[in-house]
Design a protein around this ligand. Structure first.
Ligand SMILES: Cc1ncc(COP(=O)(O)O)c(C=O)c1O
Length: 331
């Protein structure tokens, strides 16, 4: 019995070792796909230490402190110089005292806290649309929205330089993905002409301002196309909220368009809003559909109330002090 037992244990251990070896070798093959090591190596040839995961000793703002030395910071999203604003610190301290730092569970089952709806209402008001849903991550907002709303019979037409989260969402959905040349509405129209009628539902997804190139899509033309070809339109305002328009209200203010012409105003809350998370603002029925079904909302914890408070406060500061937006635009 004893022997048997030890023999069995041995074979399990052997199997485990073999499995581990197999796992390690397949991981080694897999990791050769990653380019970060090459990047780190290149930096070291240039006499730099690893430029990734650097530890900063103070809040992400225009300058930073690394190993006690001050640097200009080119890698922050604090577009309006609002991060670490004392009003935000005071407001989140109060919220933390009342509600703690965790939402506790998915809002659908665990319930919500007043900061959740306050932020959603403030964002819906900002866009002058009916409602808004906030997710715990900007990336998850796009993945979960596109992944949930669209399916195999549908089509997703997206800008060739659209953010990874839009592309991942499109892939997850199983819809046919059409990537049109960056900001080329003629190319998009050709694709719509050729393919739209083969699909049930369709969406055009673009960004309000492309962060890497700093250029803006022709939103009025995209609206014409979405109407002409019966598509929905999603505009990711990650880098246009707080940046475009006289008061930072983004691409719609920049173009003076009717906000209801865009079906889904998406943005992250991690950039000008100095927090974390993302949202979709639009019609009440769209928001309700997402709130009751999209996996990144239903099966994920609610946004920490402190973050909701921080974002609402940042939004309030942005609207109260449009000079921050003007300063950014005049740099
Ligand atoms: C255009 C765009 N969309 C979505 C995201 C994802 O947002 P987050 O980093 O807040 O998850 C980013 C992040 O950089 C982005 O640039």
């Amino acid at each position: 019995m004893k022997n048997n037992h030890s023999c069995q244990a041995g074979s399990t251990a052997d199997q485990h070792a073999v499995a581990q070896e197999g796992g390690a070798s397949s991981f080694n093959r897999m990791r050769s796909k990653l380019s970060f090591e090459r990047m780190v190596e290149m930096a070291s040839h240039m006499g730099m230490e690893n430029p990734l995961f650097v530890s900063h000793e103070r809040a992400a703002k225009a300058t930073t402190l690394i190993n006690g030395k001050e640097y200009i910071n080119f890698s922050t999203y604090d577009y309006l110089d609002i991060n670490a604003h004392p009003e935000i610190t005071a407001a989140v301290t109060e919220t933390a005292a009342l509600f703690g730092t965790s939402a506790g569970a998915s809002r659908l089952v665990g319930g919500e806290r007043p900061p959740h709806r306050e932020l959603e209402r403030a964002l819906a008001e900002l866009y002058e649309v009916e409602d808004c849903i906030i997710y715990v991550s900007g990336h998850a907002a796009n993945v979960s929205t596109l992944g949930f709303m669209f399916g195999q019979r549908d089509a997703i037409f997206h800008d060739g330089l659209a953010h990874n989260s839009l592309v991942q969402g499109a892939r997850l959905s199983g819809a046919t993905r059409y990537s049109y040349a960056h900001n080329d509405c003629d190319a998009l129209e050709e694709m719509l002409k050729a393919h739209r009628s083969n699909h049930k539902y369709a969406v055009i997804a673009t960004e309000g301002l492309f962060s890497m190139d700093g250029n803006i899509p022709d939103l009025p033309r995209l609206i014409e196309l979405k109407k002409q070809y019966d598509c929905m339109l999603l505009v990711d305002e990650a880098h246009s909220l707080g940046v475009l328009g006289r008061t930072g209200r983004g691409a719609r203010e920049y173009y003076g368009i009717d906000p209801t012409d865009v079906d889904m105003w998406m943005s992250t809350l991690s950039k000008a809003m100095c927090g974390c998370g993302g949202f979709i603002a639009g019609r009440h029925d769209v928001v309700k559909f997402l709130k009751y079904g999209s996996p990144g909302f239903v099966f994920s914890v609610g946004m920490p109330p402190v973050i909701a408070t921080a974002c609402r406060k940042a939004l309030e500061i942005m609207l109260r002090e449009p000079e921050r937006v003007h300063k950014l635009q005049n740099i």
